[in-house]
Design a protein. Structure first.
Length: 325
């Protein structure tokens, strides 16, 4: 079985499989693979197929050399809902691929077409398109993008960028490209905040950081300013919840930040900050904080007629709980 590799390293082959739910990685690398095909043979025919609405014979027809072109590049998507006709013909094709063609496929994972997926894993170059859920994985992605562009970005700038736009890999990548193209010299956290500090995610993190650190007035000020400009209260409460749950995880942990990060699935910087913040909290106050967040989450999602008041009340309650024994 072929080992799944980093999509960034994708190279042309008779069969190329991008496997995983992060379709953005597949689409990001398609232009590179097409360029490789056209550099190898400028007259390459380029085809696009959808496995869900597939017409019998299309794959074989697209892969075969034509009168005007000796080679083909075939892009196939929609394997997560592939038709029976595609499944049958693709299984036959994998057993005897056309030498002059490159067939590039994306499968989001799951059980649909498992027999075909197993065959592709054995015969194709496989690239990993798993979702980047951990902040550490997103930070590694940012670092790799800047390294590929031969640009430098500071560690705190990487952290700030992931906090600001890390909810979507496509947005994170777009932010990387914008900074690489628009900003001369090294990229710093100050520059990142100048470009993206007003984003909802960044604002929510600032509110959460201030709230759990006992900086109640600052947290209230940021939250009120954000809501006045249209920021929904829901992500504000969600970010505070993430922060509080992080404190609860590391409270009483006796290892290093690196060990905490590994134990609790955090980025090292997250574990370090959480361990520092947790020193201000007792076990009873953390339990009460978790309960306060759960109540606020319910109320801000429809349990209250005034979601903005729910956010403010939560911040004030956290400030009251800090330091209680």
């Amino acid at each position: 079985m072929a080992e799944a590799k980093n999509p960034r390293d994708a190279r042309l082959a008779p069969l190329v499989l991008f496997l995983g739910p992060e379709e953005f990685l597949f689409r990001k690398m398609l232009p590179s693979l097409r360029r490789q095909a056209l550099e190898r043979e400028p007259e390459t025919d380029v085809h696009r197929l959808n496995a869900a609405d597939y017409a019998a014979g299309d794959l074989e027809s697209a892969a075969q050399a034509s009168l005007f072109s000796p080679s083909s590049f075939v892009q196939v998507e929609g394997l997560g809902s592939m038709s029976e006709a595609f499944l049958e013909e693709a299984l036959a094709y994998v057993k005897a691929p056309v030498d002059e063609a490159s067939v590039v496929l994306h499968h989001p994972g799951g059980n649909r077409g498992k027999k075909l997926l197993d065959a592709l894993k054995k015969n194709a170059a496989v690239y990993d398109c798993s979702s980047l859920k951990r902040d550490s994985d997103k930070q590694a992605y940012v670092v790799a993008e800047f390294k590929a562009a031969r640009r430098k970005i500071s560690a705190d700038a990487v952290t700030a960028l992931v906090q600001a736009v890390g909810s979507s890999l496509a947005e994170l990548d777009s932010a990387c490209q914008q900074l690489i193209q628009d900003v001369p010299g090294d990229v710093t956290a100050e520059l990142v905040n100048r470009y993206y500090g007003g984003r909802v995610e960044a604002t929510a993190f600032k509110v959460a950081d201030a709230a759990v650190a006992g900086q109640t007035a600052q947290a209230l000020g940021i939250a009120r300013a954000a809501m006045v400009t249209g920021v929904d209260p829901v992500p504000l409460v969600a970010s505070i919840g993430v922060k509080v749950r992080g404190l609860a995880k590391v409270a009483g942990f006796r290892g290093s930040p690196g060990e905490a990060a590994q134990a609790f699935g955090m980025a090292p910087w997250q574990a370090k900050n959480a361990m520092a913040d947790a020193r201000r909290w007792s076990s009873p106050s953390l339990i009460a904080a978790v309960q306060a967040v759960a109540e606020a989450d319910y109320n801000v999602k429809g349990g209250s007629r005034n979601p903005g008041f729910v956010v403010e009340r939560l911040i004030i309650e956290l400030g009251r709980l800090i330091g209680r024994r």
